[in-house]
Design a protein around this ligand. Structure first.
Ligand code: A3D
Length: 320
């Protein structure tokens, strides 16, 4: 059987890391696409030259031509601009919306059967726009944010408790922004929920609140440190986890920006929710019941996403 084909639209910091990880994990042959000439070709060649030492079998192609993504099984989209210190993700809306139009049409014309994972910010609005421009089925277009936000939460928790990250599970709901909702009730160490761990004296409520806030600010913390660009290692790893779940039909339960049409009481919008990812793309949305407080936070997050989608419609008439 031929190797799967993975198209990476955007060959910047995340795109290059995605290509490297896909090769190391032998997920398939990789095509790196970018409008910038030389960058995708140079990164593809550099990664291909690591093959003999790493002993992976995968071809690496760098291109500025959409026809090279033809027939891709997975497209991961990072095309656009990242934020700089002091910028919010929402400040990127206007410029990245235009990029989503070009990318959506490129995918529609060349890889209409692909499972598409959007990473470009502001995430929830960009995945919505990408789906509109591409016209692909909603279950085949999703956004990566929840896996990353949950991974950050898990990392901070494992450090606080001094236990292996393998035993910490956590999830974060809502839009990928300052209003995201880390769900402490459903976050556990080896099955023990965080509120119980507070009662057991493993940490204090105050410290836990601090970790929740640090998770919400996780992207900004890295932007502040790097000063030129945003996080890329963990975002790339998170998207690869989703791509692998699709390619290997793993039926993983992963939080991501998915199309809700009735779930969580939402009528037709993208927002971060728990999903099952397998060969059918987003196969299921896990519609959990929220407490009153969680619902208030979730609603606030949903409103923020709705505001961004309305702004997109104001910028591009074809979306209205
Ligand atoms: P960067 O290293 O600047 O790479 C972006 C690439 O996109 C550059 O190589 C550009 O040349 C390319 N590009 C621009 N316009 C087009 C176009 N029309 N077609 C194809 N390629 C184009 O950025 P990055 O890789 O660090 O980040 C990429 C995006 O991911 C940004 O929007 C970030 O804000 C976003 N991001 C999201 C998360 C989430 O968790 C959702 C995390 C980190 C970054």
């Amino acid at each position: 059987m031929a190797r799967p084909k993975i198209a990476l639209i955007g060959a910047g910091q995340i795109g290059g890391t995605l290509a490297h990880l896909a090769a190391l994990k032998e997920l398939g042959d990789v095509v790196l696409f970018d409008i910038s000439e030389g960058i995708p070709q140079g990164k593809a060649l550099d990664i291909a030259e690591s093959g003999p030492s790493e002993k992976f079998d995968a071809t690496m192609v760098g291109t500025n031509d959409y026809s090279d993504i033809a027939g891709a099984d997975v497209c991961i989209v990072t095309a656009g601009v990242p934020r700089k210190p002091g910028m919010s993700r929402d400040d990127l809306l206007g410029i990245n919306l235009k990029v989503m139009k070009a990318v959506g049409e490129g995918i529609r014309d060349n890889a209409p059967d692909a499972f598409v994972i959007c990473i470009t910010n502001p995430l929830d609005a960009m995945v919505w726009a990408l789906r509109e421009f591409s016209g692909l089925p909603h279950n085949k277009v999703c956004g990566m944010a929840g896996v990353l936000d949950s991974a950050r939460f898990r990392h901070f928790l494992s450090a606080e408790f001094n236990v292996s990250m393998k035993d910490v599970s956590a999830f974060v709901l809502g839009g990928h922004g300052d209003t995201m909702v880390p769900l402490t009730r459903y976050s556990t160490v080896a099955g023990i929920p965080l509120p119980d761990l507070v009662k057991m004296g493993w940490t204090t409520q105050e410290k836990l609140d601090g970790i929740v806030q640090r998770t919400r600010d996780g992207g900004a913390e890295i932007v502040g440190l790097l000063k030129t660009g945003s996080a890329f290692y963990a975002p790339a790893t998170s998207a690869i986890e989703m791509a692998e779940a699709y390619l290997k039909d793993q039926k993983r339960l992963l939080p991501c920006a998915a199309w809700c049409d009735g779930e969580f009481g939402l009528k037709g919008m993208y927002v971060g929710v728990p999903t099952v990812i397998g060969a059918g793309g987003i196969e299921r949305i896990v519609d959990i019941t929220l407490t009153k407080d969680e619902q208030v936070m979730f609603d606030k997050s949903v409103d923020a996403v709705k505001g961004l989608v309305t702004a997109c419609k104001g910028i591009d008439e074809s979306l209205a």
